[in-house]
Design a protein around this ligand. Sequence first.
Ligand SMILES: [Zn+2]
Length: 135
Amino acid sequence: MIKQIAISSSQIKLLAEHSKKNSPNESCAILFGKTENNITTIKDIFFAKNIEESPVNFTISNDELISAYSQAEKKNLDVSGIFHSHPVSEPYPSSTDKKYMEVNDVPWVIFSNIEDKFMAYIYNSGIVQIPLKVS
Ligand SMILES: [Zn+2]
């Protein structure tokens, strides 16, 4: 089971900028990385478009998902996480997020624009918060 997610401060900065640029709508991205010793390290970010253009939900198109998986494979990385932002709420999973987290059991990273804060979660017979280590 994944116990921690590691990300660089420059990646954190890019994700925060992506969220601010897309506000008031939610922004999303697919995180590429590698998992070793239960630690997922993020190596690259695939910035995606929220086709719902909604402040409370996000959806990544199938075309973008396919292209993300093929890019990850080319880079010899795994699809290791899902990122999205909450422009007007805290960085906790919504009921919709929880539903999708159950079927996408990679780490989920949520950024709250109002709190300027990142949190990470994973589904493991329930939603658990995992530490997000920024270096
Ligand atoms: Zn959400």
